[in-house]
Design a protein around this ligand. Structure first.
Ligand code: NDP
Ligand code: 8X3
Length: 255
């Protein structure tokens, strides 16, 4: 029997949270990994833990810098170049201010990372996928891409853009047989809120108190499930929340 080729996954934002949990689960399942992020020490530590399970290559770049994105992807050694799975996960919220007092730097960060960064990475990886007539893109959106909540303004806009890009990619890549789908989580306990509240750990912790939030591993399970369906099955758009959450603003918390 012919052995199936070992798959290669490219994960952005692999240094923490959802991306890291996905890297760990993919490694367990013998998927070769290209792990990306800006924190070199985190990339090194992850490579050290996972490389006894699978081959790991790390890339340090900021998704905002289009030249760096292109150069990093072009630098891939041949044995990592045929990417099968792209997990467009790098992203964060910056701030939760009302629109009238929002910080311009926060807006730039969210649009530049969550939207433009995702586009730059995809644009650099797609030609190879098209040439090989093989590829699966998973865009990490959010419930914030399906609804808008107070103070969510620009973060929600960035994730609504991801929702639109996910649909647009699926339409444009249809003729190439490339699978495209989004996973849209609700509240997941990661470094997300620490980044949003600029290192205010107390405020960040409160977001996840009084109920059971999702764990990054819950999302990794779903991403792995999405990537392991037979080729004719494309999970196009999936929303997942903690059971305690009904919408962005309705979360059943203990008194
Ligand atoms: P984390 O803060 O734990 O992880 C964010 C990741 O993105 C890090 O690995 C970080 O790496 C990377 N990243 C951030 N900015 C950049 C940049 N400029 N260039 C390259 N990499 C960058 O948060 P999550 O794991 O929660 O977030 C992952 C994705 O999930 C995001 O797109 C987020 O919007 C989405 N999401 C999160 C939810 C949640 O409740 N946590 C819910 C719904 C969606 P480094 O700092 O090393 O560069
Ligand atoms: C992250 C979930 O509700 O904080 O995308 O926006 S939320």
């Amino acid at each position: 029997m012919m052995q199936e080729k070992q798959k290669i996954a490219f994960i952005t934002g692999a240094t923490s949270g959802i991306g890291k949990a996905t890297a760990e689960l993919f490694a367990k399942n013998n998927i070769k990994l290209i792990l990306c992020g800006r924190r070199q020490e985190k990339l090194d530590a992850l490579k050290k833990t996972l490389q006894n399970k699978t081959a790991v290559h790390t890339l340090n770049f900021d998704v905002r810098k289009k030249e760096d994105v292109r150069a990093a992807i072009q630098s891939l050694p041949e044995e990592f170049a045929s990417i099968d799975i792209l997990v467009n996960n790098a992203g964060n919220a910056h701030g939760l201010d009302p629109i009238q007092s929002g910080a311009l730097e926060d807006w730039d960060a969210m649009i530049d990372i969550n939207v433009k960064g995702l586009l730059y990475v995809s644009r650099a990886i797609l030609p190879g996928m098209i040439q090989r007539k093989n590829g699966h893109i998973i865009n990490i959106g959010s419930t914030a891409g399906k609804e808008v909540y107070p103070g969510g303004n620009v973060y929600c806009a960035s994730k609504h853009a991801v929702d639109a890009i996910n649909q647009g990619m699926r339409i444009d890549l249809n003729e190439n047989g490339i699978r495209v789908g989004a996973v849209n989580p609700g509240l997941v306990e990661t470094e997300f809120s620490e980044v949003r509240f600029k290192g205010d750990e107390e405020r960040a912790k409160k977001v996840y108190q009084g109920y059971q939030p999702l764990k990054p591993e819950d999302i990794a399970d779903i991403i792995y499930f999405v990537t392991t369906r037979p080729y004719h099955v494309n999970i196009a758009d999936l929303v997942v929340m903690p059971t305690a959450q009904a919408s962005s603003t309705i979360v059943k918390k203990k008194e």
